[in-house]
Design a protein. Structure first.
Length: 213
């Protein structure tokens, strides 16, 4: 297994030389951070640059393993999540949780993709009953989300094919058990980037590719 230094260098080599986020950071700037052993900074810059254009699952696997070695658990989860989105696409929504007294959650939950709530996205069973679908949830720009709060979120369905009918503006409901605990409006749907043949869910083990498994 390569060390974090080597993994970050390999990830840089997968970037187009002209890739540049809005803050003006260049690929060469990242190389300089790696040379100075500012590995956490380099990791953060690589994630920012990757927002400019789609990159392969291999790229995100390299970053995820580097983050794991640096014991940056949230960064590792985010890189795994982004790799999943490359393969399956992205569903973003604005989620509002019910207040606790309205029957919602009693406490906040961590927004780093570990929660697996049920969602009513309009699917029905063979007998016409409501069919709820599971999707993991990542809260954007916040570490957690509590009762009565609203935030933009990203959803990672466990069965992506069941979500293909959704479109921007659709309203879906979040459930824990059968009760409704939140309402969400779809704000963006992006298709898979088709840059890698790998399949899986965020955090799932994948076939060996390069230095990772």
């Amino acid at each position: 297994m390569d060390d974090a230094f080597t993994l970050l260098r390999q990830a840089v080599d997968l970037l187009p030389e002209d890739a540049m986020p809005e803050n003006g950071v260049t690929v060469e700037d990242v190389r300089e951070n790696i040379k100075r052993q500012e590995w956490e900074m380099a990791l953060g810059l690589l994630v920012e640059i990757a927002d400019v254009r789609p990159l392969s699952v291999d790229f995100w696997e390299l970053l995820a393993e580097a983050a794991r070695q640096m014991m940056l658990d949230r960064s590792r989860r985010w890189c795994e999540w982004r790799g999943w989105e490359v393969q399956h696409g992205t569903v973003r929504a604005t989620l509002s949780l019910l207040e606790a007294e309205e029957g919602g959650r009693q406490a906040a939950f961590s927004g780093d993709g570990r929660l697996r709530p049920l969602w009513d996205i309009g699917n029905r069973t063979a007998d016409g009953g409501r069919d709820l679908n599971i999707a993991m949830l990542w809260v954007e720009f916040a570490e957690e989300l509590g009762p009565g709060e609203t935030a933009d979120v990203r959803l990672a369905p466990l069965s992506p094919d069941q979500w293909l009918h959704l479109k921007v503006g659709d309203v879906i409901t979040m459930h824990e058990g059968r009760p409704v605990v939140g309402m969400a409006t779809v704000i963006e749907i992006l298709p898979p980037s088709n840059l890698s043949p790998h399949r899986g869910r965020p955090g799932a083990k994948r076939p060996k590719t390069g230095a990772l498994s």
